[in-house]
Design a protein around this ligand. Structure first.
Ligand code: DAH
Length: 341
C-alpha cells in the first residue's frame, strides 16, 4: 500500500534529519530523502499510477507529510545553527578579566630629565632656553670667548676640528656669544646641549652635555651670581645644601669661580662620591669678562653679566648616585629602566 510506504518514508526521513549533527549533514539528509533521487520521488511515480478516484486523498496525505517534513527541517536547521553559534562563542570566548599584553613603557633619558629640571627651576626666575649648533666656528667657540690661539684648550688633543675655521663645540659657552650678538640686554638664558672633547676614560666621555647660563644686565655682581646658584642648587638637590665658591680661572669670566655644593649624598659628612671632602664640584662660573662683552659689541661700562656652566651628566651622577659617565651614553635598558619614576 502506498499509504504505508509514505508513512515509512516519513519516518525514515525524520530519523535521518534528527541524526544530523550539523547544517551540512541535515541538508544532505534532505537531498537524500526529499530530493529528485529520494524516496518521495519514487513514491510520486507510484502516485501517478493510482486510479483517479484514489488520487485526491493520497495527494492530500503526501502534501501533509511533505509540509510536516519541511517544518521539521526548518526547526532542526534553526536548532543546529544555534548549536553552531554556541560552539563558536565557547571557542572564541574572551575573558575580559585576563591581564592584557603589556607593551614596554618608554621613559625620558636621565640626561633629558636633568636638563628639564634645571630649565624648569631657572625658568621660575626668568631664564629661557637658547640653542646653538654642534659645529661651531672657531671664533665663537674660542676667540670671542677670549681664549687665545695658543691656549691648551685649543690643543688638537681636546678639540675635534672639522676644518680650519670649524670645530665640534667643546662647551656650550659659544651660545653666550650667539645670544649677546643677536639679542639686546637684559638677557637671562640657558643653553643646554651636547659638547665634544677628544677625551675618554672612566670619568670622561668624548660626547657629553652641558648647560650654560648667562645673565646680562646693568649692575651685576658676584652676589647676584652666588644667590642665583645657591637658589638653583637648593631647588635641584635639597634645601639644606650649601654652596661654596672657590676662586678659579676661565678666560671668559673675571673674576671666575668654581662652584661646590655640600655633598647631597652624605650631607657633608664625607663619602665616596665627595672623596671624603664633604663637597662636590658642580661647575664653573664668574662675571662675564669685559673683553667678551666687547667682542659682542656691548659696552662694559653699561652692561655687566654673569655666566655659569654645569656638566649635565655630572649633575645626574650626583643626583642619582651613578658612578660611571659611560652609562649615560650606552643606552643599556637595564640602566635606563631605573629612571622610570
Ligand atoms: N665652558 C666651561 C667649560 O667647558 C664651563 C664654564 C665655566 C662656563 C665658567 C661658564 C663659566 O659659563 O662662567 O669648562
Amino acid at each position: 500500500m502506498l499509504k504505508d510506504k509514505i508513512e515509512i518514508a516519513e519516518k525514515e526521513a525524520l530519523t535521518a534529519f534528527k541524526a544530523a549533527q550539523n547544517g551540512k549533514e541535515l541538508y544532505e539528509a534532505k537531498v537524500k530523502h526529499l530530493g529528485k533521487q529520494g524516496a518521495f520521488s519514487l513514491l510520486m511515480r507510484e502516485f501517478g499510477k493510482l486510479p483517479p478516484a484514489d488520487k485526491p486523498a493520497m495527494g492530500q496525505l503526501i502534501n501533509e507529510v511533505k509540509t510536516r517534513l519541511e517544518e521539521n527541517y526548518a526547526q532542526l536547521e534553526k536548532e543546529l545553527k544555534l548549536k553552531a553559534y554556541d560552539e563558536i562563542i565557547k571557542k572564541e570566548q574572551l575573558d575580559l578579566t585576563l591581564p592584557g599584553t603589556k607593551s614596554a613603557d618608554g621613559a625620558r633619558h636621565p640626561v633629558s630629565m636633568v636638563i628639564n629640571e634645571i630649565v624648569s627651576i631657572l625658568s621660575r626666575i626668568g631664564y629661557s632656553v637658547r640653542q646653538g649648533p654642534l659645529i661651531e666656528t672657531d671664533r665663537n667657540n674660542f676667540t670671542a670667548l677670549n681664549i687665545p690661539e695658543d691656549h691648551p684648550a685649543r690643543d688638537l688633543q681636546d678639540t675635534f676640528y672639522i676644518d680650519e675655521g670649524h670645530v665640534l663645540r667643546t662647551h656650550t659657552s659659544p651660545v653666550q656669544i650667539r645670544t649677546m650678538e643677536s639679542e639686546a640686554p637684559p638677557i637671562r638664558v640657558l643653553a643646554p646641549g651636547s659638547v665634544f672633547r677628544c677625551d675618554s676614560d672612566i670619568s670622561h666621555s668624548p660626547n657629553f652635555h652641558q648647560i650654560e647660563g648667562l645673565l646680562v644686565d646693568r649692575k651685576v655682581s658676584m652676589a647676584d651670581l652666588k644667590g642665583t646658584l645657591t637658589y638653583f642648587v637648593q631647588e635641584f638637590f635639597s634645601k639644606d645644601i650649601k654652596t661654596r665658591f672657590r676662586p678659579s680661572y676661565f678666560q671668559f669670566t673675571e673674576p671666575s669661580a668654581e662652584v661646590d655644593c655640600s655633598c647631597p649624598i652624605c650631607k657633608g659628612k664625607g663619602c665616596r662620591m665627595c672623596k671624603n671632602s664633604g663637597w662636590i664640584e658642580i661647575g664653573g662660573c664668574g662675571l662675564v669678562n669685559p673683553k667678551v662683552l666687547e667682542h659682542c659689541k656691548l659696552d662694559p661700562e653699561k652692561w655687566q653679566g654673569f655666566a655659569f656652566g654645569f656638566g649635565v651628566e655630572r649633575m645626574a651622577i650626583i643626583k642619582y648616585g651613578v658612578d660611571e659617565i659611560k652609562l649615560f651614553s650606552e643606552n643599556d635598558v637595564r640602566f635606563l629602566k631605573q629612571f622610570q619614576f
